[in-house]
Write a protein that binds this ligand. Structure first.
Ligand SMILES: C[S@@+](CC[C@H](N)C(=O)[O-])C[C@H]1O[C@@H](n2cnc3c(N)ncnc32)[C@H](O)[C@@H]1O
Length: 200
């Protein structure tokens, strides 16, 4: 699917993401992960801004997404939560910040969307300061045979309808990237991964 088509798909879904943001879906996981955020934060694929209400109030967030509709909802969310944030509409697979720019990098539910998630994670690690942290909440392929098999079966339809991959192997992505994982929690038959990592 072309990037233009993908952006249109996410633009159209932005209202649903805003509703989910207001319902505070995934509250328990987002709150556990994001309370660790510090300093200058890069949040990639910010969507409708579901994370803003969970950040400590003293962070400064640079939020990126390629969907203008998602970004306008994310701006409202940051304002509601009183988080200092700036917004950038660009492709995360072509980010161009200098090395060691951020204290914290956040990605929630974004690795399903990229053509090359390993390359994205490597680039996020490059942008993170030494001693900084990379916080991830990603969904992916279950370690359970039956659930994993169903995810693989549904993958082409899901990609076409929603625009993201259902069967990303998050453990493999982490292993292939230049990050050191300090802590990981997995939920729902290991389909949801919370990760506290840093650049290697
Ligand atoms: C599944 S949503 C997740 C949104 C949010 N992070 C959350 O936790 O609810 C994926 C988001 O990634 C954005 N996205 C996907 N691929 C992207 C890319 N290559 N560059 C920029 N944004 C991208 C979409 O526009 C969408 O807002």
């Amino acid at each position: 699917m072309s990037k233009e088509k993908l952006i249109r798909k996410f633009d159209k879904q932005s209202k649903v993401y805003e509703i989910r943001r207001k319902q505070q879906s995934e509250r328990k996981w987002r709150s556990a992960l994001l309370r660790s955020a510090k300093g200058k934060v890069l949040e990639v694929a910010v969507g409708a801004g579901a994370n803003f209400s969970f950040y400590p109030k003293d962070v400064e967030v640079i939020a990126v997404d390629f969907s203008s509709e998602m970004l306008s909802k994310a701006k409202a969310s940051a304002a509601e939560s009183g988080i200092r944030a700036t917004f950038l509409q660009t492709d995360i697979e072509a980010l161009s910040f200098p090395e060691n720019s951020f204290d914290t990098i956040v990605s929630t539910l974004s690795f399903c969307g990229y053509d090359n998630p390993v390359q994205v994670l490597k680039s996020l690690s490059f942008l993170c300061k030494p001693g900084g942290q990379i916080l991830l909440m990603e969904h992916g392929l279950s370690s359970n045979r039956w659930i994993g098999g169903t995810q693989k079966m549904m993958e082409p339809m899901f990609k076409r309808l929603v625009g993201c991959h259902l069967d990303r192997d998050i453990m493999d992505i982490l292993q292939q990237s230049n990050v050191h994982v300090h802590r990981m929690e997995r939920y729902i038959f290991n389909t949801i991964h919370l990760v506290w990592a840093s650049p290697k």
